[in-house]
Design a protein around this ligand. Structure first.
Ligand code: NAD
Length: 435
């Protein structure tokens, strides 16, 4: 059964993907945002984010008359939206607590125009108890509140939405939970129907587990260096164990992005408010912070040959700025965190990223000169530092790049490149946890 009007509030990674995918499944969707420029661009068919198939689905939905964009949540909801998805930001607030200001703003905008028997679905990542508090704030017995956390990954958002590992739906109202689950029935995914608090906790629990897995691998990589073992072989051997799996087993410059840092902090606060000291998670966060310093130390050693001192009078070429490959997202990117520390240490920075044009404005980019191609980023540098795992870096003309540098040194913080290829091109290279 198709829904005649679904409202999706927020047209970022989660909202736009949700809107376009639900329209592709046959539902009628109206997407709303507070940003007039964004709404104008989407109305013209311009999708501002780098996500495979998203622009295509948006165009198809609009052409079929099943997808449209409006300014403001109220416009999308009135007069008769049957289901309303909240996909607004929940950034890190004071002390790490999730900031629910955008959710509250939407609620105050739409409470009096929500149709009787409609369902309010929260897709944003929110602390346990938010569904309950939303019900109280709404004060409407005829509107049910459902938690339906989203698990898509940037860079494969559409694929993840349409082929999910699972759907999680939680509510105090069984009927409302089933109406929301029915939206996804064509996807054939395992569905967990539960209470709202459990659904809210699934999202944090999954993200914190992934963060711990990455911190564990980064710690193992350090141990490998000390013991003369190789992290690639160790993780391959671990990953064949089906209880562990091969994914999220590559060391890197520390996890980041718009979700893991804020969700791990929020989880600590949630645990704290329940009088539970989540030491395991705290250790994962500490390990992550330490990882950035470890990268800076590695760069210093590779460039100057010394374990202490500064990077003054050195010039570094950074390859990759986004928080991971196949996205243009710079929010909380570990590459920017490492860049800030390198700059603090005195290095001059030039960078190339396939998804970051030279005129990009973003907090944290100021001390970096963004180059239009990798050759400009290699010119006269004392080392090239790979910070994002863009696959195209593997096939760069490394011999040519070596000739442009002041010192042919590569620090590969993603273990992306083949050290033999680099050696043949004339580079000295170092990675993480390599023999
Ligand atoms: P985003 O910043 O990309 O998009 C949020 C959108 O909401 C923006 O376009 C913003 O203008 C709009 N907005 C803000 N306030 C609004 C209001 N009052 N009315 C209408 N629109 C408003 O955020 P995102 O990455 O899509 O994340 C949204 C939520 O989903 C967050 O809670 C996040 O933790 C969660 N989440 C994100 C991902 C991800 O990979 N990005 C994955 C799963 C869950």
């Amino acid at each position: 059964m198709f829904v005649r009007r679904i409202a999706v509030i927020g047209t970022g990674y989660v909202g736009l993907t949700t809107g376009a995918c639900l329209a592709s499944l046959g539902h009628h969707v109206v997407c709303a945002d507070v940003d007039p420029d964004k709404v104008a661009r989407l109305t013209r068919g311009e999708v501002g984010i780098l996500e495979p198939r998203l622009a295509e689905l948006v165009a198809e939905g609009v052409a079929a008359g099943r997808l449209s964009f409006v300014l403001g949540a109220r416009q999308a909801v009135e007069p008769d939206a049957e289901i309303v998805f909240l996909c607004v930001p929940t950034p890190m607030g004071v002390g790490g607590v999730a900031d629910l200001g955008s959710i509250q703003a939407v609620l105050s905008e739409i409470t009096d125009v929500l149709a009787p028997d409609s369902v309010l679905v929260n897709k944003s990542t929110v602390p346990v108890g938010t569904a309950e508090r939303t019900r109280e704030l709404l004060g409407r017995d005829d509107v049910a509140v459902v938690s339906n956390p989203e698990f898509l990954r940037e860079g494969s958002a559409v694929e993840d939405f349409l082929k999910p590992d699972r759907i999680v739906v939680g509510s105090a109202s069984q009927d409302a939970a089933e109406r929301v689950a029915a939206l996804y029935s064509r996807l054939g995914a395992p569905t967990v129907l539960t209470d709202a608090a459990s659904a809210e906790l699934v999202k944090y629990s999954a993200n914190c587990f992934l963060a711990m897995k990455l911190s564990y691998v980064n710690a193992m990589a350090e141990l490998c260096e000390r013991l003369g073992a190789d992290i690639a072989d160790v993780t391959e051997g671990m990953g064949y164990d089906r209880r562990i799996g091969q994914s999220f087993l590559t060391p890197g410059p520390g996890w980041g992005g718009s979700c893991l840092p804020k969700d791990t902090r929020a989880m600590l606060q949630i645990a704290d408010s329940a009088d539970f000291e989540f030491r395991l998670l705290r250790a994962a966060i500490d390990t992550n912070e330490r990882q950035r310093q470890r990268i800076v130390d590695k760069v210093r050693l590779a460039v100057t040959g010394r374990r202490s001192g500064t990077l003054a009078h050195t010039r570094l070429g950074l390859l990759g700025l986004t928080f991971k490959a196949n996205t243009g997202d710079l929010r909380d990117s570990p590459a920017l965190a490492v860049a800030a520390m390198l700059r603090q240490d005195g290095a001059e920075l030039v960078a190339y990223d396939p998804a970051v044009p030279a005129d990009t404005v973003h907090p944290g980019l100021e001390p970096i000169s963004v180059a239009a191609d990798p050759e400009l980023a290699a010119k006269d540098v004392d080392a090239l530092v790979v910070l994002t795992e863009w696959p195209q870096f593997r096939t760069l003309d490394w011999a040519k790049l070596a000739g442009l540098t002041r010192q042919p040194v590569v620090v590969d913080t993603r273990n992306l490149l083949d050290p033999d290829v680099l050696a043949r091109a004339g580079f000295r290279s170092t990675g993480l946890g390599r023999r």
